[in-house]
Design a protein around this ligand. Structure first.
Ligand code: BGC
Length: 745
């Protein structure tokens, strides 16, 4: 009898133990002291396969067109655990509502990630990334990303799809607006600054977002500049010029990486093991998770490397993709693929671990609503300090391309007329990928000028962006005749660059160019203010206008920033991060080309050149004028007497004098040429830069230190390193006007 009772007690004991154990493990999940790895493993052990796949699935809400709404289907998927992450949901109220479903109505209460494209500001919009790159000011660029992260995290978000670090050497490609331009070195430093700014002091802070480096890899090099097109180049070229910014961002600690839509060397990036496993994880030691771009798993069917979505999912997971954005491929097929042995449980578990780790690191398990404080949201968005920062970055991003007769800065007595479709416009100023920015929060150029122009000042549109109607020209001409100076604001509409916005022509759209040229005929000084998302080819304007300012899309503080520059409150200091061609036929065009066997010679037909166009660009990489002038001394090179790993291989010093009459900033650029290599080397490569402020008459000595890594490249045998021999060291204020010195290493 006693034995019977004892036997009956055994299952009860097990149940009790089970409850105790599960409580303990639940406690371990929610108790930070257990350590992230333990918490991840305990949680993973409790998850069903469906719940695991849910953590690998990411879906969009319908925000864009209809405001904060989400399809019932997605809500149910959150409830069942099939949707573990969302994007395009923001604002504290909406995020809280959705997060509540995840943490109150699901079995395991795993919080959701909330992603959004916070590319150049959330509510306070900063200049487009290409514009910011023109500031060559890493502190300001980091600050911009910091403000964006502070605002976005105050609005419910914990993940941004930035920075985009794709090198862009072809201005036809619309997404050059989203990157840092054509150069590997500048792009790498900017990538690091943006990751630092986005992730703040540490993940887990309430103002830090997960960064997402994109688009891995090579997305910026589609054939003919057409978005999503094929990418193909040698591995050497890819590694030397295209991969370093991704690596720099990963090494700066970027938590996540997004795959790209394109293929590379015949394999779509989303199914490319060489990229995702060999390079990203094994060579660079990336520990975070990899997310696809929008339905890019499914698109591998169109690429023609798999027969259907199921196979596409297998290719992606096997290559190293952790999370499926919007494709629902993992959700629909991964279970079946596992059953068939096409993927393994271990792979799925590892992908889930990577996602969960970051959710723990963000502190979402302790407080799933940590980014949902409505009071903080209200106080942070568009805070005066954020607007001040946006103005600071915006004016530093402007590039002065031409300034004949020192027309600029404008003098207070001059009577000005403002003309052009962008003169009184707000809707285009936030540019493409403008987060949650509102046109109404922007200061138009007209408003910015009205604050500083003392008297008589008039505005007239003259024409539209695309409409061929020229009936407004006459009034514009009459107005121009009456005033001392004409400011004409022209450019692209925001949607003319960005994703799926490749252009085959690089001039100003519509009749804008004609309007500018007509105005130039009046003989009045004409200042052209350009707002656009890519280098334009405007040779006639370059010749005829008196002054030209490249103002990109500057965001919320546009009008104030441009007025600061026009009236000299701020002395322009921007330098082009991309070459401006003379005509479309020259593109792709970039400064660090190879010499070829028949380098350009104007007197010899049989050299590498066009018969109907010059080789030189309209404005070279690194170019930008100031209201003051700078003179460079001769660069001096010193080689250290002894060398240790990671130490300097040379130091370069150069003196810089502000030879003009105004205080001003100069971006001093250092380029290197390896004269004889085991493989052909570029005619110059940027390897350092410093932005410094000098008072009139002031001279400063600048020192650059070059390390072994700076001079390394993929040699003939594909090892990465330097080679002894002769080098040319060049220093100057742009990639063409340089002082040179030779050195033997
Ligand atoms: C873009 C990505 C973006 C994603 C999510 C895609 O179309 O290529 O850059 O992050 O959409 O919005």
């Amino acid at each position: 009898m006693q034995t019977m009772i004892q036997l009956r007690l055994i299952p009860i004991l097990f149940i009790l133990l089970g409850i105790l154990f599960s409580n303990q493990s639940a406690a371990q999940i929610y108790r930070p002291s257990a350590g992230i790895e333990t918490r991840v493993n305990v949680l993973l052990a409790k998850m069903t396969l469906d719940e695991k796949i849910g953590q690998l699935s990411l879906y969009t809400t319908d925000w864009g067109s209809t405001g904060p709404t989400i399809r019932e289907g997605y809500k149910n998927d959150i409830r069942s655990g099939a949707c573990g992450n969302l994007f395009n949901a923001h604002t504290t109220g909406f995020v809280r509502e959705l997060q509540k479903i995840a943490v109150e109505e699901t079995r395991l209460k795993i919080p959701l990630l909330f992603g959004f494209d916070v590319i150049h500001g959330y509510k306070t919009i900063f200049p487009i990334p290409l514009g910011e790159a023109a500031s060559w000011d890493l502190e300001l660029i980091e600050k911009s990303a910091r403000v964006a992260a502070a605002e976005a995290s105050a609005a419910g978000l914990n993940w941004t799809y930035a920075p985009m670090v794709d090198i862009g050497r072809d201005p036809r490609w619309g997404r050059v607006m989203e990157g840092a331009g054509e150069d590997t070195y500048l792009g790498s430093r900017i990538a690091e600054a943006r990751v630092r700014g986005t992730q703040g002091k540490k993940l887990g802070d309430s103002d830090a977002l997960l960064a997402c480096v994109k688009h891995f890899a090579g997305y910026g090099a589609p054939i003919a500049g057409r978005d999503y097109n094929t990418v193909d180049m040698s591995e050497r070229y890819f590694r030397d010029y295209y991969l370093p910014p991704y690596e720099a961002a990963v090494k700066a600690g970027a938590a996540t990486v997004m795959t790209s839509f394109n293929d590379y060397d015949g394999v779509p990036a989303t199914g490319n093991k060489f990229l995702l496993d060999n390079i990203l994880r094994k060579e660079w030691g990336f520990q975070g998770f990899v997310v696809t771009d929008y339905t890019s798993i499914n698109e591998m069917v169109n690429h023609g490397v798999v027969a259907d979505d199921k196979e596409a999912g297998e290719l992606a997971l096997n290559a190293g993709v952790d999370m499926d954005m919007q494709g629902a491929v993992y959700q629909r097929f991964l279970k079946e693929s596992l059953k068939e042995g096409k993927v393994t449980q271990k792979q799925i578990d590892e992908a889930v671990r990577r996602v969960l780790r970051l959710k723990f690191e963000l502190g979402l398990f302790e407080d799933p609503y940590k980014f949902c404080n409505a009071e903080r949201e209200k106080n942070t968005l568009l805070a005066p300090a954020n607007r001040t920062a946006a103005r600071e970055v915006a004016r530093a991003s402007i590039v002065l391309l031409k300034n004949d007769h020192q027309l600029l800065p404008l003098k207070t007595g001059q009577k000005i007329v403002l003309i052009g479709p962008l003169g009184d416009n707000k809707s285009e100023l936030t540019g493409n990928w403008n987060g949650a920015g509102n046109a109404n929060d922007c200061v138009s150029l007209r408003e910015g000028l009205a604050k500083v122009v003392p008297t008589d000042f008039m505005y007239i549109a003259g024409c539209d962006f695309e409409n061929p109607d020229k009936s407004g020209f006459a009034a514009a001409m009459r107005a121009a005749e009456k005033y001392d100076v004409v400011i004409v604001a022209v450019g692209e509409k925001a949607m003319m660059s960005g994703e799926a916005a490749a252009r085959a022509e690089l001039g100003l759209p519509g009749v804008q160019e004609e309007l500018v040229l007509e105005l130039c005929k009046t003989g009045k000084p004409v200042i052209v203010v350009l707002m656009n998302g890519r280098p334009l080819a405007i040779p006639q304007i370059a010749e005829k206008a008196t002054a030209i300012l490249e103002a990109w899309w500057l965001g919320t503080e546009t009008g104030n920033a441009i007025a600061d520059v026009l009236y000299g409150t701020y002395n322009p200091s921007g330098k082009l991060p991309m070459t401006f061609p003379r005509s479309v036929g020259q593109v792709p065009i970039f400064y660090n080309e190879k010499n070829t066997g028949r380098p350009y010679d104007p007197n010899s037909k049989w050299t590498s050149k066009y018969i109907d166009q010059q080789n030189s660009p309209q404005w070279p990489f690194g170019f930008g004028l100031s209201y003051t002038s700078f003179s460079y001394g001769e660069p001096k090179v010193e080689l250290p007497s002894s060398k240790s790993a990671g130490s300097a291989v040379m130091t370069v010093t150069v003196s810089l004098t502000n030879s003009g009459k105004l205080p001003g900033e100069e971006v001093v650029q250092l380029y290197v040429r390896d004269l004889v290599g085991s493989v052909t080397r570029p005619v110059k490569e940027l390897k350092g830069f410093q932005k410094i402020m000098l008072q009139p008459g002031e001279t400063k000595e600048l020192k650059f230190t070059l390390t072994e890594k700076d001079l390394s490249f993929y040699r003939r045998d594909m090892t990465f390193g330097t080679e002894p021999g002769d080098y040319e060291i060049m220093v100057g204020g742009n990639s063409v006007d340089l002082k040179k010195v030779k050195v033997k290493l």
